[in-house]
Design a protein around this ligand. Sequence first.
Ligand code: TYD
Length: 248
Amino acid sequence: MPCLAPQVRDTAYRSVRVLWALCHRLGRVTQPEPAQSSRGLFIALEGGDGAGKSTQGRLLREWLEGLGHTVVVTREPGGTDFGRSVRELVLHGDHVAPRAEALLFAADRAHHVETLIRPALERGEVVITDRYMDSSIAYQGAGRDLGVDEVRELNLWATGGLVPSLTVLVDLPAAVGRARRAGVHDRLEAEADDFHGAVRERFLALAGADPHRYLVVDGELSRDRIHELVRVRVATLLALPTIGGVSR
Ligand code: TYD
């Protein structure tokens, strides 16, 4: 604040500090912590059902391992033993109330972050997760209409504010995803196309609001073309040289 008198500036700084401390005490604000603050690299793959995220996770792992990185590929829900029990409850059980559903996904994520993701990042590894908190923001916040801000806040609390360095959104129209799935496999997939349409719109809005942290790829491109686009972007995070747009 260069144009303010020193007393005014000091008072302003003090007020901001007091407000910030108060917000923390009330538990209303969690400052997102970029994963770059730890030694590893945290990448999330997001998108609708049937978008091909798992294939991209596998291809990315192979490429990164070829470059000498230690890579952990994991998923939500169900990246831990605890999470596998939650996965059964939330995806394959009977009706779950929407708020309980949001809390179960957040509980899976809290445990996943504390016992698997953070330790791997602290060891300097690359963590690739097939879905993370944007899935909750899109499916529970927008699809179930629980409120995007509330679900984001819940998940920032659950994860201690850990956000990926890069989120790759594999974007696909709901109808194309449904045709690819060739059948219903869980409670969320069973939702109607307008639910999946709202989920898609929210994913795109999240990516649009923070282009530095997102890569949006067209899920109808070939598997290899998507992998190439992902490699180029990840190479910039690893500061690797690229040749003709394709990283070595
Ligand atoms: P999964 O079998 O892992 O499907 P996919 O291969 O599409 O990732 O199923 C996960 C389902 O759970 C999927 O329909 C999305 C949903 N989901 C949520 O609704 N909220 C969440 O926070 C997460 C992680 C997943």
